[in-house]
Design a protein around this ligand. Structure first.
Ligand code: ATP
Length: 598
């Protein structure tokens, strides 16, 4: 396949904000493609070279890309920088410069295969001399590129492709291009993706063997499964009712979710909630998991929390967040902030997939295969059938340092539902009962210049929730409080790679910030209550025509949700649920107030 076809599709995708139109363009693009180009096109279109969990990065800084563009177009580097200053888009500048170079079409036009191979070379180049090697490979590509191809190549290597193609849109397109486009087909494709986290693999199986071919995609050690997620209920009574009267309650540990893959030979790979590999940050887990789990290969899941080295007591979450992303000075941090992984599920044991078994069976298996040690333990659990029992367990969980309880269905069909949020698991934090005290994970989609003490830097941020049905980020809040000086100072650095001049097509807000941001950074916020507002767009019109949901008195909790990607932020539907719970609570009689009938 010629790369030109892909670049032309990107240009069309970029020009439309409409999801249906995007899907149509995508369907037209992928329908004629066959493996191995198909997987390449899918990865490239998401701005990646490999499935996200492999963490393949190109490692091309702006300056490096500028150097390549200058060399390929015979332009002075300063001139390239000057031309890019206004737009901020080196891809656009590349197209202009390649246009000016005007020459006959390259003798060997670029193919998707060559582009993919060269980009892989760029990603692989490490260590001494690698910068030159990266520049050389990029120059080679640009030499043969048309202006349009050059524009997208440069944007790709800089991580600013911005064609807005996300997983959900690709799944829709796959169902339409390679199956009958029905909901059932879409669901089977999504299920295979949830198990494998690899769209290229799923697309390949689908094209070659049809929908039935997807059944062959199973769990594999080293390839993370997309996590099962929980719903909320406002009271323990409601939790129990949902679960049919009986539920397994577990401590809800406040830490980092970890999916641990333990190979037959004892090799351990750890993945975060967003499926990034985090093995290097927790060497004690890597060392102790094979001792704890002998039925290998195995895949288990748990929450990693900081514990007191002497007493084993659970410590506040903030401590473990200090260990995230850390790769230096590990020995010291490890001694200062010891962690324990509390396991709550098993998805594979002795090489046999167990995720489709009912939860009680999985839990019994987990208990029997685990030999606990200092760093690996079993999550506390109790099966309860009354609100009294549930409340007693909640009190216990809180006293032990948990943030609430996680209720798990013990009914028939309580399989592990990869990638799905449902009522098979319900999270309940103690503070749900007082106003709106559950936190919301919002995606930064804009920033506002600070005033007064905050002059010269950003002072507030526009936040959005994700609407998966529309594949849009809908604003619900402008937050400025809760940032201490250190966190505020950190924001420009964290946001730099998301800055953009034009409003991103996937973002919707009635507020225009000083600087737009492409959705990337996720912040945890709390607020006094949810209300409706004409300037916000979350679930627009669901409560009142022309108004979206908005958070009153928002406050950053200080927690960056680096373990969540933008589409894993709180969804607009969750926000609507929270609003409805709040309304129900407000209209319910207050048990503290005097009874007027007496
Ligand atoms: P979500 O994961 O639902 O998107 P979140 O990441 O903001 O939301 P919470 O709303 O606090 O987290 O609750 C869900 C998380 O609780 C799980 O993803 C998991 O990391 C954690 N957790 C702690 N204890 C347990 C447990 N016993 N069983 C399952 N999950 C648990």
């Amino acid at each position: 396949m010629r790369f030109r076809e892909l670049a032309e599709a990107y240009a069309r995708l970029e020009a439309t904000p409409k999801r249906l139109e995007m899907r149509r363009i995508l369907v037209e693009l992928i329908r004629p493609i066959r493996p191995p180009d198909l997987a390449r096109v899918l990865y490239l279109s998401q701005g990646m070279l490999r499935p996200e969990y492999e963490g393949v990065e190109l490692g091309v800084a702006d300056s490096l890309a500028r150097r390549a563009v200058a060399t390929a177009t015979g332009t002075d580097e300063g001139e390239v920088a000057r031309r890019t200053k206004a737009s901020g888009d080196l891809g656009g500048t590349t197209a202009e410069l390649l246009e000016a170079r005007s020459r006959a079409e390259a003798a060997h036009p670029l193919t998707v295969a060559t582009v993919y191979e060269e980009l892989t070379t760029i990603a692989r180049a490490k260590g001494e001399g690698s910068q030159d090697e990266k520049v050389r490979a990029l120059v080679d590509l640009l030499d043969r590129a048309s202006p349009l191809e050059g524009k997208f190549l440069v944007r790709f290597v800089l991580g600013t492709l911005r064609v807005g193609v996300r997983e959900m849109t690709i799944l829709d397109a796959l169902a339409e291009a390679f199956a009958d486009g029905s909901k059932a087909a879409r669901a089977r494709i999504e299920a295979a993706f949830n198990l494998s986290s690899d769209l290229g693999l799923v697309a390949g199986a689908l094209v070659e063997h049809g929908l039935d071919g997807l059944d062959a995609i199973g769990l594999e050690v080293g390839r993370p499964i997309r996590p099962m997620l929980a719903e909320r209920e406002p009271t323990l009574a409601a939790v129990l009712e949902r679960m049919g009267g009986t539920a397994a309650l577990e401590y809800k540990y406040d830490g980092l979710r970890v999916q641990a893959h333990v190979g037959k030979d004892g090799t351990v790979r750890l993945f975060s909630r967003r499926l990034e590999e985090i093995s290097a940050q927790f060497p004690e887990l890597v060392a102790d998991l094979p001792r704890a789990i002998r039925h290998r290969p195995a895949i288990v899941e748990g929450e990693c929390v900081p514990v007191d080295a002497d007493t084993g007591e659970i410590q506040p979450f903030q401590l473990v967040s200090k260990r995230r992303g850390r790769t230096h000075d590990l020995d010291r941090v490890r001694a200062e902030i010891p962690v324990c992984l509390f396991l709550f599920d098993v998805l594979m044991a002795s090489g046999r997939p167990t995720y489709s078994e009912p939860f009680p069976e999985r839990r019994t298996l987990l208990g029997s295969l685990l030999t606990p040690n200092d760093h690996v333990a079993l999550a506390e659990q109790r099966t309860v059938s009354s609100v009294e029992e549930a409340t007693a367990f909640l009190d216990e969980a809180i006293a032990a340092g948990g943030e609430g309880v996680m209720a798990k269905s013990v009914r028939e069909g309580s399989a592990y539902r990869a990638g799905a949020r449902g009522y098979w698991w319900i999270k309940y934090k103690r503070d749900y009962t007082v106003g709106l005290s559950d936190s919301i994970d919002g995606v930064v989609v804009g920033a506002f210049h600070g005033r007064g003490r905050r002059a010269g830097r950003y002072g507030a941020f526009l936040l959005a929730v994700y609407n998966p049905k529309r594949d849009r980020f809908e604003s619900f809040s402008k937050v400025g409080s809760g940032f201490d000086d250190a966190r505020l100072a950190e924001m420009p650095k964290r946001l730099a790679k998301y800055e953009t001049d034009a409003p991103p097509p996937e973002v919707e807000s009635g507020i225009v910030p000083d600087r737009w941001m492409r959705p990337g950074l996720v912040l945890e916020v709390r607020g006094a209550e949810l209300t409706v507002s004409p300037v916000h767009r979350a679930e627009l019109g669901a409560i009142r025509p022309g108004a979206g949901l908005a958070l009153r008195f928002p406050r950053f909790t200080g927690r960056f949700r680096d373990d969540k990607g933008p589409t894993e932020a709180t969804t607009s539907q969750e926000l609507l649920e929270m609003y409805r719970h709040q309304v129900r609570q407000e209209s319910a009689p207050d048990p503290e107030s005097p009874d007027e009938t007496t």
